[in-house]
Design a protein around this ligand. Structure first.
Ligand code: AMP
Length: 212
């Protein structure tokens, strides 16, 4: 199954993708995690992406399309994958289509901007594997330590309130038009905010026609 997680920054795409990944046995591909790893490693792609990311802007389509086309050719993607945070523009969606990549469903997580602003202050991510937590809603078993790999949890540099505001504006202007794009293709599955992680997972499984 090939899936796309669509939604504003902080809507829960990464968190829900991690659950689906366990459930469906297909990998999650997060361009945000790939870019953060590239920045940490100081690669040319990382150097190109850093300034855009720090300012809450999108990294140019050409960079993203190159990353994603290469990643989807890997062996672990042959039985399906969950795209988290990509495509984020119509240009990226068209490039995927032109590459012959087809999707089974686009899960659109709808969360109001004000709820996002509240959530983002409590978000913590693993600096090593990228797993996502929330200090109140999804705490790690041990404070400040990733359940998955044992590395330190940090606050993302782009999770400050000012940058989150910019990212929400960018989302509404450049990413939200993807709802109409995928709706026209009969793929959009809208999941309204359910208030908790478990209820959202249940709602996603329902729109995918999977048993809970
Ligand atoms: P994320 O971890 O998905 O919230 O992404 C963090 C940042 O990485 C975004 O604010 C963008 O600057 C950049 N980024 C990640 N994915 C994409 C994408 N598909 N297109 C453009 N920029 C992206």
């Amino acid at each position: 199954m090939n899936l796309i997680m669509l939604g504003a920054p902080g809507a829960g795409k990464g968190t829900q993708a991690a659950v689906l990944n366990q459930r469906l046995g297909i990998p999650t591909i997060s361009t945000g995690n790939i870019l953060r790893a590239a920045i940490k490693d100081g690669t040319p792609t990382g150097l190109k992406a850093k300034e855009y990311m720090d300012n809450g802007q999108l990294v140019p389509d050409a960079v993203i399309i190159g990353i994603i086309r290469e990643r989807l050719q890997a062996e672990d993607c042959q039985n399906g994958y969950i795209l988290d945070g990509v495509p984020r523009t119509i240009g990226q969606a068209e490039a995927l289509e032109e590459a012959g990549i087809r999707f089974d469903a686009v899960i659109d997580l709808e969360v109001a901007d004000e709820a996002i602003m509240e959530r983002m202050s409590g978000r913590r991510v693993c600096e090593s594997c990228g797993a996502s937590y929330h200090i109140v809603a999804i705490p790690p078993k041990k404070e400040g330590v990733c359940d998955v790999c044992g590395s330190a949890l940090v606050q993302r540099a782009d999770d400050t309130p000012e940058t989150v505001r910019s990212r929400l504006t960018v989302y509404h202007e450049q990413t939200e038009p993807l709802k109409a794009f995928y709706s026209q293709r009969g793929l959009l599955r809208t999941v309204p905010d359910q208030g908790s992680m478990e209820a959202t997972t249940a709602a996603i499984l329902e729109v995918l026609g999977q048993k809970k």
